[in-house]
Design a protein around this ligand. Sequence first.
Ligand code: GRE
Ligand code: ZN
Length: 225
Amino acid sequence: EGAHWSYEGAGGPAKWGDLDAANKACAVGLQQSPIDIEATIKSQLPALKLRWARSVDTIVNNGHTIQLNFAEGSTLTLGDVKYKLLQVHFHRPSEHTIGGKNFPMEAHFVHRADTGGLAVVGVLMAEGRPNATFSQIVKTMPAAEGPAVKADAGINPNAMLPQKLSYFRYSGSLTTPPCSEVVEWLLLTDPIQVASADVAAFAKLYPMNARPVQKDNRRYVLRSI
Ligand code: GRE
Ligand code: ZN
């Protein structure tokens, strides 16, 4: 492998497709993420059945983001498909934009079905009232890239959700190499609030780790009623 991928410079998003043969989709895929959410189609979508336990296992600074890994026991059911919660990680600023506007941060709760398909619940993060769980994460996140370490027991992922679970749904990709087009995106319409001091603390480690928005190539974005 040559230069490693990053968010700017020689390994930046415009180069991801060239860095490794496995990354082809980053350059030529037609269902890439993130996108700007603009026109949407109101639709009767299944409710998001989130059954998340306090199953956070480890926390890691992987050189691209801060990520919390989950043990077995947390699921998402969407219609007839059941997914397991694998991890949550953070981007700054948000990767998805709404009408061209980004948010200070975005959380990605990554779930996987037995078939290998992914469903990612995206949560936009606005600055305002502190979120105790995000504060706890920021307080305990490793400052330097390194191995995963045990996370605080008791971290409650449910406390990083808005009250209403309305969502936008579209078919897309991982937003990092290899940009695989295997993701059912479920972006919550309502942001959560987090302390601006906590965003600032994350920004000290990762001032910019968002991929630019990609062409929608005529994809439809559905909005739950
Ligand atoms: C990411 O790396 O940002 C990512 C994943 C898995 C699903 C979606 C996504 O690792 O954006
Ligand atoms: Zn992500």
